[in-house]
Design a protein around this ligand. Structure first.
Ligand code: FES
Ligand SMILES: [Fe+2]
Length: 471
């Protein structure tokens, strides 16, 4: 451990991320030069946040009914009348393109409640399949079959209830809370930080979803630090500077940048270039073939150069030649509270994690690839749901990433089982490497406390919602 003057200041031995950037063969964008650690305490996180029904209900009321959340991509509803169903816990919404832009409606008929849309699709009106009540795309009531029997229904009061909708970078977000702050204000500086990477100009190349037997935060948090690499993915240690990750925390978003092409400081031997190359082949989902490398070569520079050539035909000269080694080699995993992970730079990855319906002991994990393209935008792919008996290697579109995910998948249900049986009241986090996990809990605590205060709820002794939110 390096010297430190206070909690949260110690760093792993080995080269820092900023020092790696100094050796880049290309100009590094300013956004990677930001170094923004934030220490939010060292207290344990209550185990009940993963196990208790009361905490789950608190998340439903004060997070899932209040927060901006990613629903779909704009190009998944390209034409007027196209709609996409988004479900979260017990709630269902559909986002629909109208003449006045994209809207989101609560997915329930105002007659006797039937869900209006069962699947994604296209329509010219929103007609319920139970008794045929219909609404216009703008949400206004259009038709009641046999309306002589409903003189008490006032059409002007029968518009479909809406959720707020906003777009950023080709993503459609919804917010069920009519009083929510704007998406733009909520996102804050991440809008500027992603300007160089323009995720709007990507298309959805892959989308894999799987139900996992663990609380959604157990699953999400396995993707919020690189500390687990040494035990869970030891095969990639020669290639990955796991504990040299840089962890940055802002208000509603955070990031972990894990450098590739530099060995783990936890290895007690120095890998050869060949060993690093083999290790890279075990993780890079984009790596089609090995590259020539001798022991004196700079692995990051050589592998990045190979990456530029591999993507040149697809993404164009300007795009690949502007990409620094860092942008081609590193895992730049951003998280927007509460559950959305768009990766920065070259990496195509986007993750989303949410509860599996109303079950707080299972979660839906999704991995989306947003790929660059030249010319006309290719159509977005549909969701590939993996069955209970399938693993991520059954999603061949994920390439080598499937094997890495399976290693994560192996742990997750066992983390949940351990949390259910442990006699320890809380989980313990590293101050720096696991700071993004702490930030997520800090924010969760903040939202739940604020929501309870606004609702005038008296304390019900909800475990783990102390006012600082971090304990
Ligand atoms: S429930 Fe929708 S028309 Fe009756
Ligand atoms: Fe992992």
């Amino acid at each position: 451990m390096t010297a430190s003057d206070g909690p949260g200041l110690a760093r792993s031995p080995g080269i820092t991320y900023q020092q790696l950037l100094d050796a880049d063969t290309h100009d590094v964008p300013e956004v990677l030069r930001l170094d923004h650690p934030r220490y939010l305490g060292s207290d344990d996180i209550p185990v009940t946040r993963y196990t208790s029904r009361a905490w789950h209900e608190a998340e439903v009321a004060h997070v899932w009914r209040k927060a901006w959340q990613y629903a779909c991509r704009t190009d998944e509803i390209p034409e007027v009348g196209d709609y996409y169903v988004y479900e979260i816990v017990r709630d269902s919404y559909f986002v629909i393109r109208t003449d006045d832009g994209i809207k989101a409606y609560v997915n329930a008929c105002l007659h006797r409640g039937r869900r209006l849309k069962d699947h994604d699709g296209r329509c010219s009106e929103i007609r319920c399949s139970f008794h045929g009540f219909a609404w216009k795309l703008d949400g206004g009531l259009q038709d009641i079959p046999g309306d002589w029997d409903f003189p008490h229904v006032k059409p002007e009061e029968w518009s479909l209830p809406e959720a707020k909708v906003a777009e950023w970078a080709g993503f459609v977000f919804i917010n069920p809370d009519p009083g929510a702050e704007s998406l733009h204000d909520f996102l804050g500086d991440i809008v500027d930080q992603f300007e160089v990477w323009d995720l709007e100009r990507r298309y959805k190349q892959a989308h894999v979803a799987k139900v996992i037997d663990a609380n959604w935060k157990v699953v999400q948090e396995a993707f919020c630090e690189a500390y687990h690499v040494n035990a869970t993915h030891p095969q990639i240690m020669p290639y990955l500077g796991d504990t040299n990750s840089q962890v940055d925390i802002w208000e509603n978003f955070a990031r972990v940048i894990t450098p590739g092409g530099t060995p783990s400081p936890l290895l007690d031997w120095q890998p050869t270039a060949d060993e690093m190359m083999r290790s890279m082949m075990d993780v890079r989902h984009d790596q089609a073939s090995p590259i020539e490398l001798d022991d004196s070569a700079d692995m990051r520079a050589v592998a990045a150069a190979a990456g530029r050539e591999r993507w040149r035909a697809v993404a164009g000269d300007e795009w690949v030649d502007s990409m620094s080694d860092a942008e081609l080699m590193d895992s730049i995993d951003y998280t927007i509270f509460p559950n959305f992970h768009p990766w920065g730079a070259f990496n195509r990855i986007v993750y989303r994690f949410r509860p599996n319906g109303d079950d707080h002991r299972s979660a839906i994990m999704e991995c989306i690839f947003l790929a660059p393209y030249q010319g006309e935008r290719p159509p977005p792919c549909s969701v590939h749901w993996l069955g209970d008996d399938e693993t991520f290697t059954d999603a061949r579109e994920l390439g080598m990433l499937g094997k890495v995910f399976n290693q994560d998948l192996f742990n997750m249900p066992k983390v949940q089982l351990g949390l259910e049986t442990t006699r320890k009241a809380g989980i313990t986090l590293g101050n720096y490497q696991e700071a993004k996990v702490r930030w997520l809990h800090y924010k969760l605590g903040e939202w739940v406390e604020r929501g309870r205060a606004e609702a005038g709820e008296v304390s019900v002794g909800l475990p783990g919602s102390e006012s600082n939110g971090s304990s």
